[in-house]
Design a protein around this ligand. Sequence first.
Ligand code: ZN
Length: 202
Amino acid sequence: MKIICIGRNYAKHIEELANERPENPVVFLKPDSAILPNKNPFFIPPFSNDVHYEVEVLIKINKVGKHIASRFAYKYYDEIGLGIDFTARDVQQQCKEKGLPWEKAKAFDGSAVIGNFYNKNDFDLKNLSFQLLKNNEIVQDGNTQSMLWKIDELISYVSQYFTLKKGDIIFTGTPAGVGKVSENDVLIGNIEGLKAFQIKVK
Ligand code: ZN
């Protein structure tokens, strides 16, 4: 399976990192080795002093598809979830300055937290509220209403480049409020009041 991630999909997050608003979705991949095994703590990697959490709504692809039109995208997923795209912001900044790829900053071991999945029919996907709590304080408070590109548009866009396969996961971008993690932090992700994950940082 592969993990396809979207960057810069919420205007306020683009502003907080002083990034340019893209003409098209920013896309990058994480390998399956990036997945943080269930219930494992997240270990801050030795090559970074500034690892950020980014809470994101996840889409689990349910069948093979390519060149999917937006209007048919709903047929390619049954479940949505919540996760974290851990990012070594200092490494990413160096990559950006040199115009280099982001993988070292985004695709390292443990960088993909994948929480519980839920039946999409139980939610209004255009108005999905989700939060990240750090040590019981809300640090990110997002809603899919604020996405620049909606879920079905993202599926259509990425499928022009990559054949989607059953089990692939799309990270749909993070809202504002990203920040640094420190040892002993506890991160909890909620989606519409349901606890999708809890991670301890070490
Ligand atoms: Zn992200």
